[in-house]
Design a protein around this ligand. Structure first.
Ligand SMILES: [Zn+2]
Ligand SMILES: [Zn+2]
Length: 150
């Protein structure tokens, strides 16, 4: 494995490493967008990706961020999650099957790996070919669950 311009973000399986393996040209734009997605640890909206990425690459435009997110999604390297009527969020974790834990109050999204099986029994598939499973666990994060007045 080449270690040219490797950063701590470029571990095997990371979004940047996957894009590189795919032979996608890692333009500065793609690089800062991938970094923004990965380092957040939570799933960002397109606007949040833009805010983080533009801090590194001031000439980045919002349209480029939107286009790149769409492109990465079309390639299957990130997935889009929409929760209720909130803005769509982008998830770079497509290599590890996981579900989401969402705070109903502040909207924070975390990756979780449920115990047990979340697949559908065959008699419940109604002839569908199941492409993906999304399960959302909802609740309050520790910060929001804290009573404001003890
Ligand atoms: Zn919260
Ligand atoms: Zn996720």
């Amino acid at each position: 494995m080449k270690s040219t311009d490797s950063t701590s973000l470029e571990r095997p399986g990371s979004l940047l490493a996957r894009l590189r393996r795919r032979g996608l040209r890692l333009t500065a734009q793609r690089r800062v967008i991938a970094q923004a997605l990965e380092e957040a640890g939570v799933h960002l909206t397109a606007d949040e990706v833009f805010e983080r990425a533009v801090a590194r690459l001031p000439e980045l435009s919002r349209a480029t961020v939107y286009n790149t997110l769409n492109q990465l999604r079309a390639l299957g390297e990130i997935c889009e999650i929409s929760l209720d009527d909130g803005p769509r969020r982008y998830d770079p974790n497509v290599t590890e099957r996981h579900q989401h834990l969402v705070c109903d109050s502040c909207g924070t999204v975390r990756d979780v790996i449920p115990s047990g099986d979340v697949s559908l029994p065959e008699d419940q598939q109604h002839g569908f070919v199941i492409n993906e499973v999304q399960v959302i666990f909802r609740g309050l994060c520790p910060a929001c669950a804290k009573p404001s007045r003890p």
